[in-house]
Every structure is written in structure tokens, then in C-alpha cells.
Design a protein around this ligand. Structure first.
Ligand code: PTJ
Length: 262
């Protein structure tokens, strides 16, 4: 479908189109489309833009990735479909390894997803032939690489499921998640939860990595100052503020106040 650039929700509709195309190509699973819908609902509540607490978390994520000894970026079907090029640029700029890690794992999907970052310049993407298992996980999510997520000290896990986020925290890794749902187990358990839309988050983290590279004292300051609970609390405060703002608009007879037509 051709979406006119003038459409007020152009970016969001383009992301849907991209995911549907990737589903047809066997990269995204149907469950990934459902997961995206859940993310969209939260993004709608946040106003479809990066909120201030997310920027703080993205800057913290950048600081930890820059200081890591073995940073790894984990990629699943949705992430490869929406952000392959940006993930590759981020990996190059840190520098970090990329590992394909899937919940709905099949060897054919692993290969197809590996090819996406490779097509935009990534080398040595860890994908087939995993040589380790994340302890405490029954699912295929456990399959990993010693040179990748298994051996990493800092991992970026966008659109993660709660089980693996918890398991990676148990392994004492610094887990940086990207998930628009602040209530998810992933957001609740990860070390640095970033509550933002994936494509915006990856671009922001890359921008902060570039900024902070030349400023080690600022990296150290961010690492001292960041508080995950305070940051997540600020996300909920923002939601409260936004909902009360929307409600006041309705009560005052704002543009959405009319009784809906039946
Ligand atoms: O490719 P696979 O096989 O590894 O499967 C990937 C999915 C996403 C299906 C799998 O990891 C999964 O089931 O994830 P969950 O448990 O549904 O969690 C995904 C989370 O990501 C949900 O809490 C969504 O709100 C959130 N989400 C979805 N799309 C976005 C998002 N957050 C940020 N940006 C998005 N674009």
C-alpha cells in the first residue's frame, strides 16, 4: 500500500507496512505483529514521541555500552525488520558484536535475519551454530554464543521477553532493554529499561554514543547519577500527567469532547 507522506501518522503506518512485508518474507513471526500492536498502544499514550525519562535512560545506556568490555546487541525478527541499518551503525560506533537471538527460533529464520544486518555492512554476526545456553531458560531463547550474549558484560535487548531479561540479569550482566511497555517484566527487571519506540531509541543511543565517546568524565558522571527506579518512576509520572491533561481537555470541552457518533 502507498502511504502519502502528508499523512499525520506516516511514520507509524510505514513501520506497520515494513513489518507486514517482513512477515511475508519470513523474517517477522505473526506474534511479532501482535507484539508491535501492543507497543503502538503504549506509544499512542506517550504521544508518539520520545519522552524525557527515555532520553535519560538512552544516555545511560550509551554510557554503559561505551564502558563495556564485551558489549553485544541482540537482534530478533522485529528488530531486524525495523532497524537493521541503525543497529549496524550503532554496533560499529561502540564497537559491539551483534547476535541474532530468537524466541520463535528456526534455522531458516536465523539465517534470513542474519542476512539483513550483513546486507547493510555488518561482519561476523553471531547467528547459526550457538555454542552456549543461558541458564534457567527452557525456550530456544536460551541458545546463545560464548562470543555473544552469553559472554557479554553489557547487552542491549530490544523487544525482549521477560524470561530472558530476568535470566541475563541473574547472570549479572548489565541488561539494557527497549520496550514501550513500562509494566512488562522486561522493563521491570532490566538494569536500564528504555521506554521508547525501537527505531527512535536506537537512533538516540547512537547519537549519545557519538557525543559521549570524547567525554569520559561525563560517561563516569552518568554512570554515578543514573537511578533505574527513579527513571521508571518518572515514566509513570509522565503517563499520569498526560492522562490527566487529556482528561482536563475533555472536561473543558476540548476538540475530543463531543459525544461519539454511534
Ligand atoms: O523474532 P522473535 O521470534 O524473537 O520474536 C519477537 C517477539 C517480539 C514476538 C518476541 O520477542 C515477543 O513475544 O516479545 P513480547 O514478549 O511480546 O515483548 C515485546 C515487547 O516489545 C512488548 O512489551 C511490546 O510492548 C514491545 N514493543 C513492540 N514493538 C515495539 C515495542 N517496544 C518498542 N518499540 C517497538 N517498535
Amino acid at each position: 500500500m502507498k502511504i502519502p507522506k502528508s499523512h499525520p501518522r506516516y511514520d507509524s503506518l510505514m513501520r506497520r507496512e515494513t513489518l507486514v512485508r517482513a512477515w511475508k518474507a519470513g523474517i517477522v513471526v505473526p506474534e511479532g505483529l501482535i507484539a508491535h500492536g501492543r507497543g503502538e498502544a503504549f506509544d499512542y499514550l506517550f504521544g508518539e514521541r520520545t519522552i524525557a525519562p527515555a532520553l535519560v535512560a538512552e544516555r545511560a545506556g550509551a554510557a554503559w555500552l561505551l564502558r563495556a568490555k564485551r558489549p553485544v546487541l541482540s537482534v530478533n525478527g522485529n528488530v531486524a525488520a525495523l532497524s537493521a541499518r541503525e543497529v549496524v551503525r550503532l554496533a560499529r560506533s561502540i564497537p559491539a558484536r551483534i547476535e541474532v537471538n530468537l524466541f520463535h527460533r528456526s534455522e531458516a529464520r536465523v539465517r534470513r535475519i542474519r542476512q539483513l544486518p550483513e546486507r547493510v555492512g555488518a561482519r561476523n554476526v553471531l547467528a547459526e551454530r550457538p555454542d552456549a545456553r543461558v541458564p534457567g531458560l527452557e525456550s530456544k531463547r536460551a541458545l546463545s554464543h560464548r562470543e555473544g550474549v552469553y559472554g557479554a558484560d553489557v547487552v542491549l535487548v530490544p523487544l525482549e521477553d521477560g524470561d530472558r531479561a530476568e535470566a541475563l540479569v541473574r547472570m549479572e550482566k548489565v541488561v539494557i532493554s527497549v520496550d514501550l511497555n513500562p509494566l512488562s517484566r522486561t522493563s521491570q527487571r532490566s538494569t536500564i529499561p528504555i521506554v521508547d519506540e525501537l527505531t527512535r531509541a536506537i537512533l538516540n543511543i547512537k547519537k549519545f554514543v557519538e557525543e559521549l565517546k570524547a567525554d569520559p568524565p561525563e560517561v563516569a558522571r552518568i554512570r554515578r547519577a543514573y537511578r533505574r527506579n527513579g527513571n521508571l518512576g518518572a515514566v509513570f509520572s509522565f503517563l499520569e500527567w498526560r492522562l490527566s491533561h487529556l482528561r482536563r481537555g475533555l472536561l473543558r470541552g476540548g476538540k475530543h469532547s463531543r459525544t461519539p457518533k454511534r
